[in-house]
Design a protein around this ligand. Structure first.
Ligand code: HEM
Length: 210
């Protein structure tokens, strides 16, 4: 009798894809029915930006989650979550450039230069582009794992810029952006501690008595 190898959690990535795209669909439906409030463009812009940030941080949480729990499924979801973060950031930028600025690219560039919170948001987006473009297995093979991994460290400055973008945008009540800053700091800490633990035995064996 043929035994079929079961792919563990086959619904994982389809579930994440459907769940993550649902807010975009509801934003579109609310926009069409006039249910986005008094300032629909600003509402859509802020919602899309917030979801982009949540997904970016969720993609960063995958490796620490595996480190802390030993679960392997977060690693299988990481690429998709990162791509979804990029999709939302691109939608956020599209609403800003297309609807808020009426596709006036000069006005967009002037804003990038003039307003520091737009500048860091732009920097975050620019850093996310090579990550999205090299997210495939073929890119890992073409670049070699070490170089690919080095490039993908860009996700940290990208997330940091996105958090600063949020902090600078908010101005007064900093509680919400600081929650994201704290989560990002905690995720970074787990990675730094794990990296140190990994390098310690190597350092011990490469010592003078090794
Ligand atoms: C070229 C890139 C970007 C531009 C031009 C841009 C622009 C903006 C603008 C105009 C706002 C609304 C400000 C207001 O209503 O006062 C905003 C808010 C926001 N953006 Fe961006 N953004 C960019 C990239 C990003 C990226 C890459 C992320 C996250 C990954 C992000 C996350 C956010 C968040 C979290 C908010 C605030 C949401 C809230 O208040 O609930 N943005 N952005």
């Amino acid at each position: 009798m043929e035994t079929r190898r079961r792919r563990p959690l086959p619904w994982l990535n389809p579930g994440i894809l459907v769940g993550a795209m649902a807010p975009a669909v509801t934003i579109l439906m609310r926009a069409r029915s006039g249910a986005l409030g008094a300032n629909p463009i600003a509402e859509a812009l802020n919602e899309l930006g917030l979801i982009a940030l949540v997904l970016l941080i969720a993609s960063l949480a995958c490796t620490p989650l595996k480190t802390l729990t030993g679960w392997t499924w977060p690693m299988r979801a990481r690429r998709l979550i990162g791509l979804l973060a990029f999709t939302y950031a691109a939608l956020h930028l599209t609403v800003y450039a297309g609807l808020d600025q009426g596709l006036d690219l000069r006005a967009v560039l002037a804003d990038v230069v003039k307003r520091r919170f737009i500048f860091v948001g732009f920097a975050a987006f620019v850093m996310m582009i090579p990550l999205a473009l090299t997210s495939t297995g073929a890119s890992v093979r073409r670049m070699g794992y070490v170089k690919w991994k080095q490039l993908h460290l860009l996700v940290y400055p990208a997330a940091l810029c996105a958090v600063i973008h949020f902090v600078w945008r908010v101005k007064k009540d900093l509680r919400e952006p600081l929650v994201y800053a704290t989560i990002l700091g905690a995720l970074l800490l787990v990675r730094v501690i794990a990296a140190r633990r990994r390098s310690r035995p190597a350092a011990a064996t490469s010592g003078p008595n090794a």
